[in-house]
Unconditional design. Structure first.
Ligand SMILES: NC(=O)C1=CN([C@@H]2O[C@H](COP(=O)(O)OP(=O)(O)OC[C@H]3O[C@@H](n4cnc5c(N)ncnc54)[C@H](OP(=O)(O)O)[C@@H]3O)[C@@H](O)[C@H]2O)C=CC1
Ligand SMILES: C[C@H]1O[C@H](OP(=O)(O)OP(=O)(O)OC[C@H]2O[C@@H](n3cnc4c(=O)[nH]c(N)nc43)[C@H](O)[C@@H]2O)[C@@H](O)[C@@H](O)C1=O
Length: 318
């Protein structure tokens, strides 16, 4: 995994999805770089609208693109809104990747997800395990759309020589997360639920599933730093996992969140809710060979995420 330097300095950099958790973390991180940041709000350009995306790219011609925009959600959102997850994420990937090619973007980073790996692939998950087995059913539509984006980036590199790279983040959390009571990811869901239980003096809190699945959690600010690092150092068709290299059971994680929030009641497990993938710990050896490691510990990251939650960080409309 050779380092291929890419100069960001002085470039126009478009962050697609700039209002989201990762996108806003990218804006914070890129503020430390000498770049010209370019963003466009969803009501101006819906990235599912091909003509609008093509027109905007033809006008703005961003030199560098971080494609963080997507329809995103936790296990219940993915299992329920299956058509929205596949349509929106296919459309966003196809429109933005093609527009970046048409407008001559120098480099593009596509954000995939760890759910693209087979449900029961060997752990830790290596990048070359993609498409070697069946996917986790709850998020298959989303995963298929993400795999299509990955394959698009690869195909444009092959046919046109486009410097389009794909990264596979693990589960993420942090400021600007989505706290929707049903559709959020587990970190945001438990922060909100334990906080509300503490405030209400509730005796018990139900955590979904059996508590036995294992998950790896990376703070959004670490994620943004890794993305900028890889944009500056990596060029190739191979995927790069982005994670911490450590995981925890949902049961132990729930206990950690309860302790940080100060909830002292009982934790129960609602096994009518799905567990999803039993484990999805990423092999981060490629990332480490490219010179990056996570720096925000789960405990410190959760404390920061809870502070952001309490400070009323933007919580998207329900
Ligand atoms: N969160 C996680 O645990 C993980 C996330 N990822 C990936 O990281 C990336 C960022 O995720 P995250 O920040 O958590 O997601 P968020 O939902 O916080 O942000 C997604 C952003 O995409 C924008 N967006 C969605 N659809 C459209 C559209 N049709 N047109 C324009 N903008 C649109 C949203 O805009 P608006 O706010 O205006 O709706 C939002 O700003 C995604 O590609 C996701 O797949 C990968 C692994 C884990
Ligand atoms: C990032 C990744 O995120 C999704 O996959 P996931 O990791 O399974 O998603 P999750 O964060 O929602 O759940 C993780 C685990 O947590 C348990 N769990 C407990 N209690 C709650 C709870 O209250 N809410 C949620 N959502 N989960 C809970 C839940 O039972 C499961 O075992 C993909 O759809 C896809 O989007 C993707 O790529």
């Amino acid at each position: 995994m050779a380092i291929v330097p890419f100069e960001l300095r002085g470039k126009s950099v478009y962050v697609a999805g700039h209002r989201g958790m990762v996108g806003s973390a990218l804006l914070r991180r890129l503020a430390r770089e000498d770049v010209r940041l370019v963003t466009v709000d969803r009501h101006e350009v819906d990235l599912c609208n091909q003509a609008a995306v093509f027109d905007w790219f033809a006008k703005m011609r961003p030199q560098v693109v971080f494609l963080a925009a997507a329809k995103v959600g936790g296990i219940a959102a993915n299992a329920t809104l299956r058509a929205e997850f596949i349509y929106d994420n296919l459309a966003i990937a196809a429109n933005v990747i093609h527009a970046a090619h048409q407008s001559g973007a120098e480099k593009l980073m596509f954000l995939g997800s760890s759910c693209i790996y087979p449900k029961l692939a060997a752990q830790p998950l290596r990048e070359d395990s993609m498409l070697t087995g069946p996917l986790e059913p709850t998020n298959e539509p989303y995963a298929i759309a993400k795999i299509a984006g990955i394959k698009m980036a690869e195909a444009y590199r092959s046919q046109y020589g486009s410097d389009f790279i794909s990264v596979m983040p693990t589960n993420l959390y942090g400021p600007g997360d989505n706290y929707h009571p049903e559709y959020s990811h587990v970190v945001a869901a438990l922060i909100r639920r334990f906080h509300e239980a503490k405030v209400a003096g509730a005796k018990t809190v139900a955590v979904w599933g059996t508590g036995t699945p294992r998950r790896e959690f990376l703070h959004a600010d670490d994620m943004a730093d890794a993305c900028v690092h890889l944009m500056k150092t990596y060029s190739g068709a191979e995927l790069i996992n982005i994670g911490t290299g450590e995981d925890i059971t949902i049961a132990d994680f729930a206990g950690m969140v309860a302790d940080i929030i100060g909830y002292r009641g009982e934790i129960t497990f609602d096994t009518a809710r799905p567990d999803g993938t039993p484990q999805k710990l990423l092999d981060v050896s490629r990332l480490e060979r490219l010179g990056w490691r996570a720096t925000i510990s789960l405990e410190d990251g959760l404390k920061r995420a809870y502070e952001a939650f309490l400070a009323g960080a933007p919580v998207p409309a329900q």
